[in-house]
Design a protein around this ligand. Structure first.
Ligand SMILES: Cc1cc2nc3c(=O)[nH]c(=O)nc-3n(C[C@H](O)[C@H](O)[C@H](O)COP(=O)(O)OP(=O)(O)OC[C@H]3O[C@@H](n4cnc5c(N)ncnc54)[C@H](O)[C@@H]3O)c2cc1C
Length: 339
């Protein structure tokens, strides 16, 4: 396996990791970006690509995938090298540098590391149902990649939180039928969403199936025909359905990051907010994975952290070179050095 050498290794190609490529590039630092998922975009691309985001400065409304596309375009002049579909498993010092190894055996040696690992490995909580694997990715899903796929379909939505409510309201506009299954009569989501759900149920556009839990899946060859649900007294109902969406939350774990000797707090990486440096010099953490007093887990916060980390890393990558703070309007986008 070849060894890649670069200035900065960025772990995580979520929105914040992508913006870090730009910030490093503006300071003439080349980047390699590694992500466990097959595509860049982190939570935005994997969990809510078609949802509009309203709090990105300068964009009154932008769909999550469109934001990722823009961030990749903004990073492109700096020719980052992406290593997708591979998890960074180990991180070890090598002289002045850091050596990262990935799950596919790639090795990246970098002068500095930016951990932008978000919530770590995020895996949706799966309901304990027999034959579940047969249907997963075909007719049972844990996120909506493309809303249009549900047009004209009979959809069972399981869960009682915001994702279940949001998608019930949204898919009621295009699905043939939406049935919302929750084990309690009360929903946990935003009160306005609950009120809208109840209004749509009263109009017959949504059916609320409570207090019921998922019990079994029926169908052949990955194509669902019905979802069987059961209440606490053991009474069952058979809900005819083509598709099921289960929103039982995300199981979050930092994964390998937790074993790299970085100081942690509340299962996140503790940083100095001024530089986003971790407890280890040369390793910085930004975005959702970074923790400090008053931290807001927002994309815009992560963008600012990317700028702070890049400035803090500069002396390590370019020792002895004076760093004059400059606006992008002054210097433009400098030509990238080859990665
Ligand atoms: C439904 C929903 C709606 C949201 N709405 C908003 C909103 O309106 N406004 C807002 O500001 N925020 C919103 N957020 C939060 C926002 O998405 C996160 O704050 C943002 O994604 C954090 O970006 P990040 O780059 O730090 O991490 P992530 O987006 O989590 O990306 C981290 C990446 O790191 C990768 N990774 C982790 N560990 C490793 C490893 N060891 N090796 C390789 N790769 C690794 C992961 O695969 C992932 O792709 C929302 C989140 C959700 C779920």
């Amino acid at each position: 396996m070849s060894v890649h050498r670069t200035d900065v290794a960025i772990i995580g190609a979520g929105p914040v990791g992508l913006f870090a490529v730009f910030e490093c590039g503006m300071l003439k630092m080349r980047c390699h970006v590694i992500d466990a998922l097959d595509a860049a975009g982190g939570q935005c691309a994997a969990l809510y690509p078609e949802k509009p985001i309203y709090d990105i400065p300068g964009y009154p409304r932008i769909e999550a995938q469109a934001l990722i596309d823009q961030l990749q375009q903004q990073a492109a002049p700096f020719a980052p090298v992406y290593h997708l579909g591979q998890r960074v498993e180990s991180l070890a010092a090598e002289g002045e540098d850091w050596r990262l190894t990935t799950s596919t055996g790639a090795t990246i040696v970098a002068r500095a590391v930016i951990v932008a690992a978000g919530v770590g490995a995020f895996t949706p909580a799966r309901p304990p149902l027999a034959r579940l694997a047969e249907f997963e990715g075909k007719s049972v899903h844990y996120l909506v990649k493309r809303r249009e796929n549900f047009r004209g379909k009979r959809v069972v939505i399981a869960g009682g939180g915001d994702s279940a409510l949001d998608w019930s309201l949204s898919l009621a506009e295009i699905a043939a039928r939406v049935l919302v299954v929750h084990r309690r009569d009360k929903f946990r989501g935003a009160p306005e969403s609950v009120a809208r759900l109840q209004a749509l149920a009263a109009e017959g556009k949504i059916e609320i199936v409570t207090p019921f839990q998922l019990d079994a899946l029926e169908g052949e060859g990955g194509a669902l025909t019905a979802v069987v649900v059961k209440d606490l007294d053991g009474r069952t109902r058979r809900l005819e359905a083509d598709q099921m969406l289960a929103f039982f939350g995300l199981a979050q774990s930092l994964g390998p990051v937790a074993g790299w000797g970085l100081a942690l707090e509340h299962k996140l990486v503790k940083v100095d907010p001024a530089s986003c440096m971790t407890s280890v010099a040369g390793i910085h953490a930004i975005g959702d994975v970074a923790s400090y007093p008053g931290k807001l887990k927002l994309i815009l916060t992560g963008f600012a952290e990317a700028a702070s980390a890049a400035h803090a890393i500069h002396p390590r990558v370019h020792p002895g070179e004076a760093l004059h703070f400059e606006y992008s309007t002054t210097k433009g986008v400098p030509a990238a050095k080859p990665a």
